[in-house]
Design a protein around this ligand. Sequence first.
Ligand code: HEM
Length: 493
Amino acid sequence: QVNTPAATQLIKFKEAIGPFGGQLTTSSGMPCQQCQTYSLDKPIMTNDFLMDNLFNFARERIPERVVHASGACGFGYFELTQDMSHITKADFLNGVGKKTPISVRFSLTLGNKGTPDLFLGIRGFSIKFYTREGNFDMAMFNTPVSPFKDPLDAHVTRAFRNNPATNLPDSNMLWDGITRRPEFIHAMSYVFSGWGQPAGYRHMSGFSAHTFQFENKCGDAHFVKMSFIPVAGIKNFDSKEGNIMNAEDPRYLASTMYNEIASGNPLEWTVNFQILNMTDYKKLGATIFDATRIIDEKEYPFVPVGKLVLDRNPTNFFAQCEQLAFCPCRVVPGILGAPDKLYEARRMNYRDAQNYRLGGNHNNIPVNCPFMSENPLNTYNRDGVPPVLDNGGDAPNYFPNSFSGPTAYDTHCSRLISIKEEKPYNMDQVQNLFANIFTEHEKDQLVNNVVPLLRFASPRIQTNAVKLFKTANEVVGRKIEEALKKLNMTEIP
Ligand code: HEM
């Protein structure tokens, strides 16, 4: 580990800078004197260097993301390999060969900032496309489906956290949460079968889960699910390997990616679209917008449309990764978002979370700024918590106005279709997953991962969980039941 780019980052910095790092200053720019750089035997209050440092020290923490707190990021580009103008007018999807700068953040849905990388769990894969029409954000999971469909499922993430009284992981909460929402079992089966411990970010996939509504120049609607498939192949650790790696290097995924990128070994994904039209929607109904279900790939195959490459590391983690803010609300003309309720709620909730976490001007933070936009920040937003950048300069600050302030020119009004949703049902797809897609190894993995997590739950909750797995697959459910019996648990009152 001693010679990796991550381990030698500071040595390289020194080589690049030379022996002298410049005159030390306070944050207001005052050059510091040597005597201010040690505090003992000196007046404290008049030492501006010390005061500057202590005030900053006490304020250096901001709220961590309420979910997906632990993560790593990288930068690169998206290249379009197939023109998509027949389904969308989005500029970055029009014109083969067009390259769009991107930032990507990989995360772990649960836990907190210090949770080790290979803690078993569903993974986040977020992308910000800095397009000429503003930023387009995707916040995806690594599994083909989402556990959630109902925005109220946000509550269930609490069941996956520590017990509010003991502050300890709680099997009863975890399995109560899963079994009270049986539709979770589809996504969770992927997680338990191995996808919860990817063998590297270069082996991790991303799936939109939502079906987006696209619109072309003629105003025609198409519906698109997206997948990001690693060129190096999807690979996962088995539970034993994953747990060993977690103990040896709790930042295994982040450090591997950093070293790979710094060594000139970029990470790459094929970007694919599964495309449906209005006739397909009329035939299949709102089920195509159910984030807990997949759409039949035989009838609607994913077609490759581009590639995603990560070839640049952040130069400062806090500035470029912690401050990165992805929101389903950030769309561009030609991509309207998704018409389902989960997406609608996410549009609002991420904005709210980022206003709280980063402040009302979080789009002005350099890593979130639409720096490729042809109309960068031509808004009427003014003032507030920094950064305000030039704050609109000397342009009018109200709308409408008679003084040539920015105006909306496009007279066309795009609208998401309105759909009627019902309670999720995906047991048919989980059954198919176990019967026809999972390998025997993946099924064994699932049993190996589920049993240690379920063994401390009460018998009633264990019974519910076994019943749920038996509905998904009788053999796998029975294996879990037998393994639990062998462990001979005593009842928890
Ligand atoms: C019940 C529905 C959901 C709610 C209420 C919710 C809420 C949130 C919130 C508040 C954040 C933190 C945002 C921030 O502070 O920057 C977040 C992050 C994230 N969410 Fe969700 N989410 C939901 C469902 C989903 C689904 C279905 C997906 C994937 C398809 C998803 C993927 C992500 C990802 C990848 C991040 C991390 C973004 C980053 O890297 O900063 N979420 N979510």
